[in-house]
Design a protein. Structure first.
Length: 205
């Protein structure tokens, strides 16, 4: 299963340009605002999970953040991001891994995930993900999560996904995290369609 996932995403990032995928945003305003609302220092460790070659890191650098981590399962995605960010390599650590298996000595002030978590459709994987978030976040660290809502798509990039409501997210994270903010939002894709997301900002208890 893992090899199939890797092959799928390597193919996506080998064959499609940044603006040829549904999740493209040249300026991911919601993610930026939620990260800013965490009120962490500009040198705080912030990790973007499953970020691919998205432009979140570029925008955070422009805002003065200097200790950024970009994780993606696709080496092609990471290489594209590295090339684009070649003048800022001192501010970004690039990690080729999935969100379940990577382990680092570093702990983070902010864990950001937009449109990666919903690809986990197995309960065991969801719990493993949560465990990794808990291990990876500092005390009082922030989990910023954007995922498809119950009004959103049932598939993405040809893959099954899990739709979420605030109640479903609370059932997973509520015991260990305090919910600070949650709302739904329509994302306009490059193909003139919309996708309904739910965004939640959690604080680790």
């Amino acid at each position: 299963m893992e090899n199939n996932r890797v092959a799928h995403w390597e193919n996506v990032f080998a064959t499609k340009a940044s603006n040829e995928v549904s999740w493209f945003q040249d300026k991911p305003e919601t993610s930026i605002q939620l990260i800013q609302s965490c009120k962490v220092a500009k040198d705080a460790k912030i990790i973007d999970i499953g970020g691919g070659d998205s432009y979140l890191i570029d925008n955070l650098i422009a805002l003065g953040y200097t200790n950024l981590y970009l994780l993606d399962i696709s080496e092609n995605a990471i290489e594209r991001a590295k090339e684009r960010l070649s003048s800022h390599l001192d501010k970004v650590t690039f990690i080729v891994s999935n969100s379940l298996d990577f382990q680092m000595k570093d702990t983070f002030e902010v864990w950001h995930d937009r449109a990666s978590f919903h690809f986990l459709t197995d309960e065991h994987e969801v719990q493993k993900y949560k465990s990794n978030v808990l291990q990876s976040l500092k005390s009082n660290g922030n989990l910023v999560l954007g995922t498809f809502s119950e009004e959103g798509p049932e598939k993405c990039s040809g893959l099954e996904i899990t739709q979420y409501s605030v109640e479903k997210l609370e059932a997973i994270f509520g015991e260990d995290f305090e919910l600070e903010n949650c709302f739904t939002e329509e994302h306009a894709t490059p193909f003139d369609t919309t996708q309904d997301f739910i965004f939640c900002n959690y604080k680790k208890i």
